[in-house]
Design a protein around this ligand. Structure first.
Ligand code: GCW
Length: 670
């Protein structure tokens, strides 16, 4: 148990390198030398501090030299015995000597964390060497923290940035910055994209000093602070009658405001904006385009070196679903594709991974790569809004790997989502990945200790999209716990299976939702909050699924060929997305030979049994992880199993009653 009152997550040096450690990690005592970097630079200072923190044993001397080498990629690093690109050996001394080369301070800091990570995982000199460059220029966390301390879609307690409309800066903030830097995060948006109350708007005098303190702490760890912006600020803060992005008074108001903000927060990275969606105002209110709104802000912020991250989660939540051509999934592409090429250089479009909303299985948003002349970044959600609220275990890195590996066919090569959002495909300066974060002020930061695998994993993956889900899971397990090999393997396996298990007992084959409206935990088959005119999944006595083909909503046509054709035909559509794209009869035969209805029954029985099995396996960890972790995770498994049973029973009963077809295996379904 950490004395601090919060967990040290994967940087728990004391317990990993402690005497009682199963793996007996010896970190040693470090002597740091700095060449060509400014020793007083704040990031270099943090790097040195971190080395001293990690290598604090009194045995085994270790030497670390930080060297500037202009040839190393931006924010990248090399570790080994190669200085300045030559093969010159580091002077041999009694102590192992690690040389970390980087062209900038962030690279040096990441190199230090790499070295610490490898040491904590039990690697020894001279086997620790590296040559790493980040896959993505922007690697960001988006907090949906509100000023009153609540967190929208937060499942880990309250905000550690805000309490009672005030900003909190303390030692926990520093630890947060360390954790983020240790996995390569270089940007953090501290407040919710739904910015609602003028009295607590962060771009006002009342908050500048405290935001500056936060920004300075982040800056020490190479992280830029960003703010979510209220597009209606000219009205709500400025007292203007409108917030039309083309209105002169509105533009002048923003010019003054942004100048004021940068006078106080010179290091601010920029703004994240949610406009025209779910009750938020935006350019559409004035008949303007999304580009009009984003560019207006982009042009003003450009002189300060800031960027505008404009979210593409724009849709009309009051759409009438009875019209079978109306389709929320189409909205992003319909609103943004036509404006491709019109966004200015310091504007980035942030696109959710799927066209709907962070469901357990969705196709990749056709906007990713659909846009070919626009800066774009991928938004995923590690806050488990639709994936179990950090009660159910759901390791999401396998999902993110699928997204990154998707071939968009936007051109002949370099056309995967990973290529597009890294900037490789189109040569964008601004590109990357953002996650809606899963943290709060709980002792363990993430509600369920096992959900920290997603926090760690997102950062590692954004830094290196080539890492596999298993490598990341294993790193996290090894750094966080101190387990014998067989238990380490078991935990890695549990994580790797968890997403499919969750998918099996919840909504089948890409149809999505079926969750309790608003809360989004637990089953409610008809419960899509915006389907007040009927069910969104369109189940009747013959079948279910949404026809998004050229004969239906036409959504499948938003993809490039051959993806468009693949999705359009139920025979070539990947089965795990069958119901997203097609209305399918219950008697339809899947590749396995099972009928669709039988698949629904089987997968729900199986998923639930597998959740029970995970809970059972966890019992083997008693006494092998801390008592606090064991108790926390056990309690959550109890709730997961209950949840899985509810899902199984409600979904199976629903479709049994709708279809009138019994389970071939004769299991009881009421
Ligand atoms: O669907 C929604 C979530 C909202 C969230 C929104 C968004 C911040 O349920 O809570 O609002 O996505 O991404 O903007």
């Amino acid at each position: 148990m950490s004395e601090k009152g919060w967990s040290q997550l994967w940087l728990d040096y004391a317990s990993k390198a402690g005497k009682d450690s199963v793996n007996g990690i010896r970190m040693g005592n470090v002597n740091v030398d700095i060449k060509d970097f400014d020793v007083d630079n704040r990031v270099i200072e943090s790097a040195v501090k971190e080395l001293n923190r990690a290598f604090c044993g009194d045995n085994d001397k270790v030497k670390v030299t930080l060297v500037r080498n202009k040839e190393v990629a931006k924010e990248g690093y090399r570790i080994g015995n190669i200085i300045g690109g030559s093969n010159e050996n580091v002077a041999k001394s009694d102590a192992p000597e690690y040389v970390i080369e980087a062209s900038d301070e962030n690279g040096a800091l990441y190199g230090v964390f790499h070295l610490i990570r490898e040491k904590l995982m039990g690697k020894e000199y001279p086997n620790i060497c590296a040559d790493c460059a980040p896959s993505n220029p922007l690697r960001m966390m988006n907090h949906w923290d509100n000023m009153d301390g609540s967190i929208e879609r937060g499942y880990s307690g309250r905000s550690f940035f805000f309490v009672g409309d005030e900003i909190v800066v303390n030692e926990r903030t520093v630890d947060y910055a360390r954790f983020m830097a240790s996995v390569g995060i270089n940007g953090v948006v501290i407040n919710n994209v739904n910015v609602k109350w003028a009295a607590t708007d962060l771009i006002t005098t009342r908050f500048f000093d405290k935001v500056k303190e936060l920004s300075d702490i982040f800056g020490d760890y190479g992280i830029k602070l960003y703010l979510s912006l209220n597009f209606a600020s000219p009205i709500e803060l400025g007292g203007l009658p409108i917030c039309d992005p083309l209105d002169k008074d509105v533009i002048n108001w923003w010019k003054d405001k942004i100048k004021e903000v940068y006078d106080h927060l010179p290091d601010l990275g920029g703004f994240l904006v949610k406009a025209d969606s779910e009750g938020r105002p935006g350019p559409f209110t004035y008949g303007r385009t999304q580009a009009d709104g984003a560019n207006m802000l982009g042009d003003i912020i450009a002189q300060y070196g800031g960027i505008i991250i404009w979210r593409c989660f724009v849709y009309n939540c009051t759409q009438d679903w009875r019209d079978t051509k109306t389709d929320r999934a189409r909205a992003g592409y319909d609103y943004f594709k036509g404006l491709d090429g019109e966004y200015h250089d310091n504007v980035i479009l942030q696109i959710k991974n799927g066209p709907m909303d962070f469901q357990i299985r969705e196709p990749i948003s056709p906007l990713l790569g659909g846009l070919t002349k626009t800066n774009q970044m991928l938004e995923v959600q590690i806050a488990q809004e639709y994936t179990g609220h950090q009660i159910d275990v759901c390791y999401l890195i396998p999902m993110f790997k699928e997204i990154l590996g998707f071939k968009t066919y936007c051109r002949d090569d370099l056309d995967t989502v990973a290529d597009v959002i890294s900037g490789r495909t189109m040569g964008n300066k601004y590109a990357g990945m953002a996650a809606v974060i899963n943290t709060g002020n709980d002792y363990n930061w993430t509600g369920n200790d096992l959900a920290a695998a997603n926090l760690y994993g997102f950062g590692r993956l954004a830094f290196n999209t080539e890492l596999s889900s298993e490598e990341i899971a294993r790193e996290w397990v090894r750094l966080t716990f101190d387990l014998e090999q067989d238990l380490e393997d078991k935990l890695v396996d549990m994580l790797l299976r968890s997403r499919e298990i969750y998918e099996k007992y919840t909504s089948p084959l890409g149809i999505g939702w079926m969750v309790t409206p608003s809360d989004h935990y637990g089953p409610s088959v008809d419960g899509y909050e915006y389907s007040r005119w009927g069910t969104y999944h369109r189940a009747d006595h013959l079948g279910l699924g949404v026809d998004r083909t050229d004969k239906g909503t036409g959504y499948a046509q938003q993809y490039y060929s051959p993806n468009a054709e693949m999705y359009n035909d139920p025979k070539t559509c990947p089965e795990n997305l069958l119901l997203f794209f097609h209305h399918i009869p219950y008697t339809w035969k899947l590749a396995s030979g099972q009928s669709l209805i039988q698949y629904i029954y089987d997968s729900h029985f199986e998923g639930c049994a597998e959740a029970e099995e995970l809970a059972e396996t966890w019992k083997e960890f008693e006494g092998k992880v801390s008592d606090r972790t064991y108790a926390c995770v056990s309690e959550r498994f109890g709730r997961q199993v209950y949840n899985a049973r509810e899902w199984r029973d409600q979904v199976n009963s629903y479709f049994y009653r709708k279809s009138g077809i019994s389970d071939e295996k004769g299991r009881t379904i009421y």
